[in-house]
Design a protein around this ligand. Structure first.
Ligand SMILES: [Zn+2]
Length: 258
């Protein structure tokens, strides 16, 4: 007989199961990524329905099974990121970050540090921080979880840790100018973009609110990260394609806050 326990969790995805029930994937602080079964009711006031939405964080009261599905019975301390849920741009960035986490994380592997970072990241987007920057930070971090983190600490040949640097896919890491000749097909990335990508790989999450970047720098960072993901990760998430499309509208519509 299993016992109910309290766990901190962030909703990654929700899928309807049969008529009234739900399959909810949570990233929990205590157990890592886990799939839960939530039994629905005919009652329109069914309390859990408002809790099991993407980007919701709560203390769930559940029955955790060692194998198969676990069960959510109740929830408290519910935090719904309303600003994310009601803004199409914020929804798009947050969806991608959460799907990336889902793709990168193994089931049942606890990672309380990453859990805390995801919560801080979503809180920052909810509080109007630049979602493009938050997204880039997570993309760089998740390279580690995908097992393909390049050498960002210094030049792969001499270990020099002062920039400028370029990126070499041939050598899976940084090149300093003295070693640019080691890869004639190096990325020719902007030195500034490389600087921020290195920073994102080690940045402490309580500092994420202090970074602000020019549009041009963000574009250069995006170019490098997209190259890294195409080459090393090879995911084709719908949420990422949607963000690319948004950038195209953006240049057409010229959003008024620019
Ligand atoms: Zn070097």
């Amino acid at each position: 007989m299993s016992q109910l326990e309290e766990i901190e969790g962030l909703v990654l995805s929700v899928r309807k199961h049969r008529e009234r029930d739900y399959l909810v994937k949570l990233f929990t602080r205590e157990y890592g990524k886990l799939m839960f079964f939530v039994r629905g009711t005919k009652n329109p006031n069914f309390k859990l329905r408002s809790v099991i939405q993407p980007f919701t964080q709560a203390t769930f009261i559940g029955d955790i099974r060692k194998e198969g599905l676990s069960f959510i019975r109740d929830a408290k301390n519910v935090e719904i990121y309303t600003s994310i849920q009601t803004d199409i741009f914020k929804t798009a960035y947050s969806t991608y970050i959460v799907q990336l986490a889902d793709a990168a994380l193994e089931d049942r592997k606890p990672d309380p540090t990453l859990y805390h970072q995801l919560v801080l990241g979503l809180e920052a987007i909810n509080a109007d921080r630049d979602p493009e920057i938050i997204m880039a930070i997570f993309e760089v971090r998740f390279l580690h979880y995908f097992g393909v983190m390049p050498e960002f600490r210094g030049c792969v040949f001499c270990g020099k840790t002062e920039g400028p640097f370029d990126y070499s896919s041939k050598h899976h890491g940084l090149l300093c100018p003295a070693h640019f000749h080691e890869d004639e097909r190096r990325l020719h990335a902007s030195a500034k973009a490389m600087h921020f990508i290195r920073l994102f790989s080690v940045l402490s999450f309580d500092k994420i609110n202090t970074i602000s970047l020019k549009k041009e720098t963000k574009r250069d960072i995006r170019y490098v990260i997209d190259q890294l993901y195409d080459e090393l990760v090879g995911l084709n998430l719908k949420s990422k394609r949607f963000i690319n499309q948004m950038h195209q509208w953006d240049s057409v519509l010229k959003r008024k806050d620019d």
